[in-house]
Design a protein around this ligand. Structure first.
Ligand code: KG4
Ligand code: ZN
Length: 342
């Protein structure tokens, strides 16, 4: 590994419904970060409304960048490179962040770095607040479980920016399954936190929902369990009985966590990983965090809650390693709404 240069990266993230900007030093120390959530707006529609999201980014992007700089006590003159989420995500949302980043790079004559959103999520394991204790640096080879609203996959990370995708979901992402089950149980958007809250008072053993192990592969499938929850809710409705929402939520969550945790542990053993990273919005789930925290076989890096869901600090971290290792992007780069991690 070459000696890496010191650099301050300003990163922009607008892939979905958060407008975010952060400034990070040397790939790890977070100097300032702002996340403007559109959650309240989309809650009215029960999910993210793409056109509304893009227009909201247009309104928020400049104030968010200004606030992140002001929290860092820096100006654009103190920045060494601009990183931006290139994809995957909603095209119209990505375009807003991309154009803002290009404007900053062009105006300040700074290098521009396109970052894969999923790569950003896994680099959240490197981030810490400047001035606070520095968590141990993840050691390669790493087994990475990426669980977000749009993706669920297992990746083997053998070095910085070097991944082998072992498996991914064949249908719904884990976060998507949480969101869909929340709707079935009439729980509010966003679904993941709502299901977790409902599950706290529930019995995880009441319903034995199916686990799709997909033996012989590192793939996942969550549509079967979602259908099983639907079948159960219909049976209650037919009988005119009220839904046991906490038990349904707890049993669903237990089944999802069971598969995510056990497949990741098996993959870590099989590929002789030194440590594990769990990242993406679903890594905020308490039951999933507990499953990994309760085992002693592998050191597991799970970001603190504020870094699990979408933010720009993680994009700055991935952007730093891309910048330091010479992977900058041309000013005419396009967004990539579907861009698998490679
Ligand atoms: O990474 P993320 O913020 O956005 C994407 O890149 O997709 O992930 C959002 C997903 C949503 O599906 C949301 O329901 C889920 O993460 N999520 C959770 C929890 N917090 C967020 N799922 C389960 N339990 C949670 N506590
Ligand atoms: Zn995300």
């Amino acid at each position: 590994m070459p000696i890496l240069p010191s650099a301050r990266i300003l990163a922009i993230e607008t892939s979905c419904d958060e407008t975010a900007c952060a400034i990070l030093e040397n790939g790890r120390a977070l100097l300032g970060s702002t996340v403007a959530s559109q959650m309240d707006i989309h809650a009215r529609y029960g999910g993210v409304f793409p056109e509304v999201a893009s227009r909201q980014h247009v309104l928020s992007i400049i104030p968010v960048v200004e606030e992140a700089l002001s929290k860092s006590h820096l100006t654009l003159n103190d920045i060494d490179a601009i990183a931006v989420t290139r994809g995957p995500g909603l095209a119209g949302s990505l375009v807003v962040g991309m154009n803002a980043a290009k404007g900053l790079a062009l105006g300040m004559s700074l290098p521009l770095i396109g970052v894969n959103h999923l790569e950003g999520h896994l680099y959240s394991a490197w981030v810490h607040n400047a001035g606070e204790s520095v968590p141990e640096e993840p050691q390669f080879p790493l087994m990475v479980l990426l669980v977000s609203g749009g993706h669920t996959e297992l990746d083997l990370m053998t070095d910085h920016l070097t991944y082998k995708r072992l498996g991914s979901t064949l249908d719904d992402a884990a976060g998507e399954a949480f969101d869909k089950v929340a709707r079935l149980l009439a729980l509010p958007y966003p679904g993941g936190p709502s299901v977790q809250r409902a599950a706290e008072d529930g019995d995880p053993m009441r319903f034995n929902f199916p686990r799709a192990w997909l033996e012989g592969t590192w793939d996942f499938s969550f549509s079967g369990i979602k259908t099983a929850v639907l079948r159960e809710t219909k049976a209650y409705e037919t009988k005119g009985r009220s839904l046991p929402v906490p038990d349904l939520a707890a049993s669903f969550q237990a089944a999802v966590v069971d598969v995510l945790f056990n497949k990741t542990m098996r993959a870590a053993r099989e590929f002789k990983a030194k440590e594990i990273i769990v990242a993406g919005g679903v890594s905020a789930n308490r039951a999933l965090r507990q499953a990994f925290q309760n085992q002693k076989e592998f050191k597991v890096h799970i970001p603190p809650l504020w870094l699990c869901t979408d933010n720009a600090a993680m994009i700055a971290a991935a952007g730093y390693y891309r910048f330091a290792l010479g992977h900058t992007s041309p000013l005419d780069m396009d967004v990539q709404p579907t861009w698998p991690l490679r």
